[in-house]
Design a protein around this ligand. Structure first.
Ligand code: URA
Length: 407
């Protein structure tokens, strides 16, 4: 039987790994029989040599097989889900999930933590004191029955292999690999039992696909790959040249979602993207006769306050204490130092580079350098002006919240 070192060497040479070798590696790593350093070496070889469609399918299957797969009563259908390939300031899921549930759909969304310079939905939600993302299979079923939605993380029950591999990829700079991203996303969607999924494939400086052509290629790849699995998958391609919305940083992004839900502002950038993706998903699932109809349905959930109520129910069911979160938000300046960026001249914002903002927040403590690092939920950036906006000399165009002890 080939050893893990044989497998690493095989991939280094650019040869295809068989599905049984992939299955053995995934189960060995999940059970702790293969050490992090060997798994990291294999990931790096994959990063440089890539994975074929067959290898990606085998990796997806092996990750799903590392845990349980949730199935739902027939009257829950359709089971909707959305996933992004990752970006800066991308809090769309946190808004769209309660919007879809408020419109009457079941959404068991499995998300991840921050990866590289991009933020993770789970890290954002965990900035709410008490919020729990590691729901068991039974807890997820009960919450979907009672509330209609949940945002959960990989757990010892659901895709445990993905949990370990995800954290290792984050710490070893091996995220931006088409096959690894596809298997990571698809395995989560399969295990959580989605029937219809929209994948938001981001391109631009803050995404993992820098060019639109790479994003298109990935979109085709994952939609094609998904034909081998139960969920029906569609993809949308959207820009990540500048950060999405007005905030970057875990707690600040939660506050932005809370503000949109409170004001019912369907024109906010994050709300518009949520409606665009949600409208496309509802049409794809055969729930509406066109995308606009779904968008209008979702906009109503913002305007009539039902999405806000759904968000409150979901957070509270998962242990989150929103009143405590609000108190912490009000006192953010007791725990951080605010640094303002002012416009040097009267002009327009000509460039707002998502990668630079993402890296800045990561360095301030919003992301991890090692698997064991803890993050600071309150660091981040508020963007008062965005690309193309007019600015007056001396006006504050952005504010960064840095840790108290940073120079
Ligand atoms: N989102 C995921 O879930 N996995 C990736 O690899 C990238 C984005």
């Amino acid at each position: 039987m080939p050893t893990t070192t044989d497998l690493i060497e095989k991939k280094q040479r650019g040869e295809e790994i068989s599905s049984s070798e992939i299955a053995r590696f995934v189960s060995g790593y999940t059970m702790g029989k293969i050490p992090d350093y060997q798994a990291a070496a294999l990931l790096m070889a994959i990063y440089f040599q890539g994975l074929s469609r067959a290898e990606t399918a085998a990796l997806t299957e092996a990750i799903v097989a590392s845990g349980e797969t949730v199935s739902y009563p027939l009257d829950f259908a359709p089971i909707l889900d959305k996933h992004s390939t990752g970006g800066v300031g991308d809090k769309t899921s946190i808004l769209l999930v309660p919007m879809l549930a408020a419109a009457g759909y079941r959404v068991p969304k499995m998300s991840g933590r921050g990866l590289g310079h991009t933020g993770g939905t789970i890290d954002k939600l965990e900035s709410i004191p008490g919020f729990r993302s590691d729901l068991s299979h039974e807890e997820l079923l009960a919450q979907l029955d009672q509330i209609g939605c949940a945002i959960i993380s990989q757990s010892p029950e659901l895709v445990p292999a993905e949990k370990k591999l995800y954290a290792l990829r984050d710490a070893t700079a091996t995220v931006a690999s088409q096959g690894l991203i596809a298997a990571s996303i698809l395995s989560k969607k399969i295990a959580a039992g989605a029937s219809h999924v929209i994948i938001d494939v981001k391109h631009g400086s803050g995404g993992f696909f820098k060019r639109k052509s790479e994003a298109r290629h990935f979109a085709k790849f994952i939609v094609n790959l998904a034909r081998e699995f139960p969920p029906s998958v569609m993809a949308a391609i959207t820009s990540m040249e500048q950060p999405l919305g007005r905030t970057v940083g875990n707690a600040l992004e939660i506050q932005e979602v809370i503000d949109i839900l409170k004001t019912g502002d369907a024109e906010a950038e994050v709300a518009r993207l949520s409606m665009l993706l949600g409208g496309a998903l509802l049409h794809f699932a055969g729930e509406t006769s066109n995308r606009g109809e779904g968008e209008a349905k979702l906009a109503n959930t913002l305007r009539d306050g039902s999405a806000q109520e759904k968000f409150r129910q979901m957070v509270s069911a998962q242990g989150g204490r929103l009143t405590e979160f609000s108190r912490l938000r009000e006192t953010i300046e007791d725990r951080t130092q605010r640094v303002e960026v002012k416009a040097p001249v009267n002009d327009h914002v000509r460039r707002l580079d998502a990668l630079s903002v993402g890296r800045l927040c990561h360095r301030l403590g919003a992301g991890r350098n090692r698997m064991t690092d803890t993050i600071d939920p309150w660091v981040g950036v508020i963007l008062k002006r965005k690309l193309g906006d007019a600015v007056m000399q001396g006006e504050v165009i952005a504010a960064a919240y840095a840790p108290m002890n940073s120079p």
